[in-house]
Structure formats: C-alpha cells, structure tokens
Design a protein around this ligand. Structure first.
Ligand SMILES: Nc1ncnc2c1ncn2[C@@H]1O[C@H](COP(=O)(O)OP(=O)(O)OP(=O)(O)O)[C@@H](O)[C@H]1O
Length: 254
C-alpha cells in the first residue's frame, strides 16, 4: 500500500438522489489514514448509498468525494469493499483460499497468474482472520460469520488504503466478531482507513475514532465519544427508543 500523506477520505457536501428526493444531502467529513468512521443510522438512512458513492458506483448530484487524493474511480484499486455476508451465494463452488486470492486480482492484472507473493499475501490474510486451516474448504460450507471473515481476508489481501465494510457484524457470533475487530485493528495499524456501516453502537465505541450520524442528512460527524450522544441519536433515529448502558447507547431501534 502507498502510505497516503493527506486524508484517506474527504466528503464535501455530498448529495445523491435515486429519484426526485435526495437519498443523501450535504454529507461532509474527513477520515485520516489509520482511522475508522462508523456510519450510524436507521434502515433506509443512506449508509449503503454513501458506501456506493465512495466506490464510485452511484453518481453525485452535487458535492465531491476524494479518496486517497483522487476521484473514487481513480482510487478504485486502493479501495476494498466487504459486502454484507448474506448478499453472497453460498453455493458458489469456490474454495476459501480462492476467495481470498481474488483480493489480489487488481494487483495481479488481467490474464496474469498469481505469483508466490500473491499466494503468501492471501495466506497471511487468512491467518489474520483466524481461518488459515480452512483454505481448502469450500466457501459455502462455512458459517455466515466465518464467510464474513473470509471476505475481510480478501479485503486485507488487497492491501487497501481504504476499507469499506457494510454491516459486518450482522448475524456474526462473538468469536467471529472478535476476529473481525482484531483484523480491522491490524489494518488500521498499517495505515488503512476504515468506513463501517453498522447498527451496532458498541462496535462504534470499540473500533471507531469517529462516527457519522445519518438519516438522509447528517446529524453529526466527529469523535465518537462527543458525537454519539443520546440526544443526537434520538434526532438521527427520529425519536425512536434507545437502550443505554452506563453512558453508552448500545442499541438504537429503528
Ligand atoms: N438502487 C436504488 N434505487 C432507488 N432507490 C434506492 C436504491 N438504493 C437505495 N434506495 C433508497 O435510498 C434510501 C437509502 O437506502 P440505503 O440502502 O442507502 O440505506 P441504508 O442506510 O443502507 O439502509 P439499511 O440499514 O436498511 O441497509 C432508501 O430510501 C432506499 O429505498
């Protein structure tokens, strides 16, 4: 990975529309190398839309997104994306090792064969998520949480400057959750910036320096402790119920 000198991600008054009404309006914030930001908001808030916009998959109506100093399209090779595990077909006949090796394809280039260094990077990534012994297993035979870890290993193997995670802890057990958190911490230590969309506010407290509160528009973007307040969360979730543990909001029901 080329260590970026400037911000990993800059959102400048980002507005996205699928129809007459915007799905996201005037979203702004900065994420530095090695930092993580949690995108928090109810169903339909626009979290996945923002991730797609950062990937350059949906056009902006106005505003600008800068990824590692470039446009999303220019930076695409440096960005890894881990989709929600349940969006993948578990019947797909491919081994765990092959899934992880796919993370190297953008570096290998079209029609070239993986080299020893690529296989080593894939093996190391699988080890980082605690599944080195599963390399030859069929991807579809793993549990949902393990599949999510394999997809994270694929992203790690890509050595990204920016990692995008869409609801990584949905349906994931405590062991897989810890393995995911550990792997994300290692990536951050290597300078990778992380954007994670989540309903899990404990995750935001544990793993993210910053949060972005979204519900079509932005209800806060800043340091987690200062931004993830009950008042702001209530505003973001339209006054819906919040569960508090100590001074921390653990669940916001949408
Ligand atoms: N391809 C699309 N075409 C039209 N509308 C869309 C499209 N994708 C999303 N939307 C709409 O944009 C809004 C934001 O959706 P998005 O999936 O980004 O929300 P989200 O915060 O990720 O929700 P969830 O937590 O349920 O995954 C919703 O109203 C949704 O219906």
């Amino acid at each position: 990975m080329n260590t970026p000198t400037g911000p990993a991600l800059e959102l400048d008054e980002v507005t996205v529309s699928y129809g007459p009404a915007p799905a996201l309006e005037n979203i702004g914030g900065v994420v530095g190398p090695g930092e993580a930001v949690a995108l928090i908001g109810p169903n339909g808030a626009g979290k996945s839309t923002l991730i797609k916009a950062i990937l350059g998959l949906v056009p902006l109506v106005s505003g600008r997104i800068t990824v590692l100093g470039r446009t999303p399209a220019q930076a695409r090779r440096e960005v890894a994306y881990v989709p929600q595990a349940d969006t993948l077909d578990p019947e797909f006949p491919i081994s765990v090792g092959q899934v992880v090796l796919m993370g190297r394809y953008r570096r290998i280039g079209p029609l070239r064969r993986p080299r020893a260094a690529d296989r080593r990077a894939a093996g190391d990534a699988l080890e980082q998520v605690g599944l080195a012994d599963r390399a030859r297993h069929r991807f579809g035979t793993l549990s949902g949480g393990q599949r999510q870890r394999v997809l994270l290993a694929r992203a790690i193997a890509a050595e990204p400057g920016l990692l995008l995670l869409d609801e990584p802890f949905n349906g994931v057990d405590a062991v897989s959750e810890q393995a995911l958190l550990d792997a994300v911490a290692v990536l951050k230590g290597q300078g990778t910036a992380v954007v994670v969309s989540t309903h899990d506010l404990a995750l935001a407290h544990l793993a993210c320096e910053e949060v972005c509160l979204l519900n079509r528009r932005q209800y806060g973007f800043g340091p987690t402790r200062l931004t993830l307040t009950p008042d702001r969360l209530r505003a973001t979730y339209g006054g819906h119920a919040l569960e508090l543990r100590g001074d921390r909001v653990i669940v916001a029901h949408s």
